[in-house]
Every structure is written in structure tokens, then in C-alpha cells.
Write a protein that binds this ligand. Structure first.
Ligand code: GLU
Length: 488
């Protein structure tokens, strides 16, 4: 048997991290078994469509490397993969259920349905369709249809007995049929509901494992009933755990959870997101946190999926991103970070120079956007913008611009005559000056740091100066000295 899984988003907005976790599990299961992963767009709820949502889904999957084998843009043996282009197929299947007595047309108006609901609420009965049209006589039907009354198609749920559902993680769960509704499978506009469309398409597309969020488990008995009515073998159902915030409330922005693509903007690496999401409801061995994609594919199966809610931890994601950033080669980090720097600076950034800088900042950043703050001064031209008070700091040089100007003057004259511009030579030349001045080395370095970077915190000073080069370093040191002298 070839394992075939699908991700079946409704294009109702940008995919959030929970949607993508479901997609990832479906993708991993297919890859693990050498099977196929499909993308199907479930756009039959026309009221909830959001423009651009399909593109956002595809863009997210592509960014994360979750390529699909069959899908709306790619085609495949079961095309089309967009449900609104399959209405004839869904309608034919609804007709078949009607013809075989598994379903019936219901002509109740929305006014009638809301009255029924109100009466049920008043009696504190569970709200559900009262099956008014279930047993209409053929004559009544003919009379109503002669008026062109709009109709929906409802499934004829058994009134007694139990429906046995099976979920790969939860085992067999029986549902009493008298708790189930005669649910709508085809709306009056000819569009199927999710229940009909998903089952028909999963069957026709030969899906072997339906992986979806736990919120769908209450729909499972209805789906099993539809499978039984068609006489089809159901796929393996896998309902993956919910994802909660750290306070165990429903996950939201408040917990640091965002639309999936927002993480790209924030400078997260796709491989870190994948690793993080894989551990939301699955584990390799209860302890390993950093797991590369090959290992995920090799190890992933449904047997280690958890049913307990997973807890989203934004700090853990940030930490994980830092780990993946540190594992990049300098060239790799440069390549990933370059667009962020170019965006912030509004100018092209030299990849080779950035690769030289990468080792200086790699240990210090958690996201690619941190690179901007850490490294922009390597690329800015002209005078640096900073508060001159930062040059003086809070210790020996505080309130003493003339002294700080003298200190920089002696740094300048010392390094000006150096043969090379390597960081070791620079440090060997500058460090003794502090002692001559009677200040701590760190205090002198702090003045130099602000002078050459414009910042009070920056990558290691002498390596930074070495990468900045002699001319730019001296130019900035002189500019700082002049500012101090003017103030003193
Ligand atoms: N269209 C459904 C959703 O977006 C998919 C559920 C399923 O995977 O069957 O939630």
C-alpha cells in the first residue's frame, strides 16, 4: 500500500502555526513511508473565502520545504485539487446517497429552522434539526418541488444504535446515533458541505491517512456513516493534539504565536520552525530537542504522536532558532541574513564581507533580524549616528570629554603606524595604552567601541576593527575624537 496523505486547508486566512503543524505531520508520514503528500483546497464555504489565502498557504509550505506531489497548481491523477472545481463530482455523490435512501432533500426555510432552535433552547434540548422533511410523502415532495422551493440534502442518520469510530491514537470510540443530527451534505446553492466533500475527495484521491486537528473528532461518526453509506473502506484517521499557550488557554498572538509567514519576517529559519513544530505533539524519545529533517523523516510515525495538548513555547522556538543559526556556515548565515540587512539599510550588501562578519555575530543572535542591529555599522557609510554621551560611558571618562579625546588621540597615533590590521596586532597595541592612562582596559575599549560601531554593545572589538579595515576604523576614531574635543 502506498501511503497517501493530504493537507486540506480552507482558504479562510493566512495559515497559522497550528495549521502548518498538521501539514508537517501529514508530509512527514508520507515521506517516511515513501508515499505521496497532496495539497487540496477546501473552498466550498464561499462566505469565508479570503483573497490571497491559497497563495499564502502555498507560499508557507514552499518556504518550509513541504512540497506537495499533487495539488491545484501541479495537477495529478485526481485533478482538480480545488473543491469548488469538483462540484459536479460532489453533486453526483449526493444524488447517489439520495437514490439509495441514505439521504433526503430538506425544504425547511431558515426561519423555520431558527424557530425550531429557539423552541429547543427554551426546553433546554440540544439544538438539532427536527427531521421535519425526513419522512415526507412522495406527494408532499412533488408538491413542494413544483414551487421550486430551495432544498438542501441531509444525511439520514440512524435513529438508534451506535456508530463505531476508530482513531489511530485513541482507538475505538463508540457514538450513540441518537446524539447525531441529520446533517447537511449539500447546500441549496449546490455546494457540498465539508463532510461530504472531504469524504468523497479523500476516497477518490486514495488518501490512506487523514491527519487533521482534534477539533474534527466530533465529526468522525458522521464521516464513518458516510463511508458506510457509500460502502467504502475508511482511511486511517489521526486526530492530532491541540496546541495551547503556556497558560493552557487557546493559542493566540498573546502567547507569541503568529501566522506562519510572520516567522519568516521575524528572521526564523525554516528548519528551526520544522524542528519546533515536529515536537508539538510528537516526540522522538522524550528528550532529544534538536532533530534534523532526515532524522524526522526516518523516525516519524503515528505511534509517537501524543493526544495530550501540546504547549507552545515561544522562548523555546527562539532558542532553537539560535541553535540552527549557530550551525550554519559563515557563508550560509551571510546568505540568509543578507536580505534582512539590505532591507534595513536600503542598499546592497556584499556577501563576502558579510561572511567575514558572520563568525563574530553568530553566537550572539537568535534571529536573522538581530543581524541588522549587530552588523549594520559594517556597511553604513558616512558619519555614524550615536549619542556622544555614550562615548564617555559611566566610569572613568564620564563628564571628561577632553580626557576621552586625548585617549582616542593616543589610540589613533598608536594604530596608525601599525604594519598590519589584524585583530591580534590591534589588541597588542591598544591594550597597554589603558595602563598608561590609568584606566581599565574595558573602559578604554568601550570608548573605542562606540567610536567605531556607534553602539555600546557590539561584536568583539578588535575583530570588528579588523573587518572594518584601517581606513574606516581610523576615520571613525578621528570623528569621535573631534566630537569629544569640540565638547571638551
Ligand atoms: N478544510 C479543513 C480545515 O481547514 C480540513 C480538515 C481536514 O483536514 O479534513 O480545517
Amino acid at each position: 500500500m502506498t501511503v497517501r496523505t493530504r493537507y486540506a486547508p480552507s482558504p479562510t486566512g493566512e495559515p497559522h502555526i497550528g495549521n502548518i503543524r498538521t501539514a508537517l505531520f501529514a508530509w512527514l508520514l508520507a515521506k517516511h513511508h515513501g508515499g505521496q503528500f497532496l495539497l487540496r483546497i477546501e473552498d466550498t464555504d464561499r462566505q469565508r473565502l479570503v483573497e490571497g489565502a491559497v497563495e499564502a498557504q502555498m507560499e508557507t509550505l514552499r518556504w518550509l520545504g513541504l512540497e506537495w506531489d499533487e495539488g491545484p497548481d501541479k495537477g495529478g491523477p485526481h485533478a482538480p485539487y480545488t473543491q469548488s472545481e469538483r462540484l459536479d463530482i460532489h453533486q453526483e455523490h449526493a444524488e447517489r446517497l439520495l437514490a439509495e435512501g441514505w439521504a433526503y432533500r430538506c425544504y425547511c426555510s431558515s426561519e423555520r429552522l431558527s424557530e425550531v432552535r429557539k423552541a429547543q433552547q427554551a426546553r433546554k434540548d440540544p439544538p438539532r434539526y427536527d427531521r421535519h422533511c425526513r419522512d415526507l410523502s412522495p406527494e408532499d415532495r412533488a408538491r413542494i418541488e413544483a414551487d421550486n422551493t430551495p432544498a438542501v440534502v441531509r444525511f439520514k442518520t440512524p435513529l438508534t444504535g451506535e456508530t463505531f469510530t476508530h482513531d489511530a491514537l485513541r482507538g475505538e470510540v463508540p457514538f450513540a446515533n441518537d446524539t447525531l443530527d441529520d446533517f447537511v451534505i449539500l447546500k441549496s446553492d449546490g455546494y457540498p458541505t465539508y463532510h461530504l466533500a472531504a469524504i468523497v475527495d479523500d476516497h477518490l484521491m486514495e488518501i490512506t491517512h487523514v491527519i487533521r486537528g482534534e477539533e474534527w473528532i466530533s465529526s468522525l461518526p458522521r464521516h464513518v456513516l458516510i463511508y458506510q453509506a457509500f460502502g467504502w473502506e475508511p482511511p486511517v484517521f489521526v486526530h492530532v493534539s491541540r496546541i495551547l499557550g503556556s497558560d493552557r488557554a487557546k493559542l493566540s498572538k498573546r502567547h507569541g504565536a503568529h501566522a506562519a509567514l510572520a516567522y519568516r519576517e521575524m528572521g526564523y529559519l525554516p528548519e528551526a520552525i520544522i524542528n519546533f513544530l515536529a515536537l508539538l505533539g510528537w516526540s522522538l524519545d522524550d528528550k532529544t530537542e534538536i532533530i534534523d529533517l532526515d532524522t524526522l523523516i526516518r523516525a516519524f510515525d503515528t505511534d509517537r504522536l501524543l493526544t495530550n495538548p501540546a504547549v507552545f513555547n515561544a522562548e523555546k522556538l527562539e532558542w532553537m532558532n539560535g541553535v540552527y543559526i549557530r550551525n550554519l556556515s559563515p557563508e550560509g548565515l551571510a546568505e540568509r541574513a543578507r536580505p534582512f540587512l539590505e532591507g534595513a539599510l536600503g542598499q546592497p550588501v556584499d556577501a563576502q564581507k558579510l561572511a567575514q562578519i558572520a563568525p563574530l555575530i553568530q553566537e550572539r543572535i537568535k534571529t536573522l533580524t538581530d543581524v541588522v542591529e549587530m552588523a549594520d555599522f559594517f556597511f553604513t557609510e558616512g558619519p555614524l549616528k550615536y549619542d556622544p554621551a555614550n562615548l564617555l560611558g559611566k566610569k572613568s571618562f564620564a563628564g571628561e570629554p577632553a580626557r576621552a579625546a586625548d585617549a582616542l588621540a593616543s589610540v589613533i597615533s598608536t594604530v596608525e603606524t601599525l604594519d598590519g590590521w589584524g585583530h591580534e596586532a590591534l589588541e597588542a597595541a591598544v591594550r597597554p595604552l589603558a595602563e598608561e592612562m590609568g584606566v581599565k582596559a574595558g573602559e578604554l575599549f568601550a570608548v573605542i567601541r562606540v567610536a567605531v560601531t556607534g553602539k555600546t554593545a557590539a561584536p568583539p572589538l578588535f575583530e570588528t576593527m579588523s573587518v572594518l579595515g584601517r581606513d574606516l576604523s581610523l576615520e571613525r576614531l578621528r570623528a569621535a575624537r573631534d566630537r569629544l574635543a569640540a565638547a571638551g
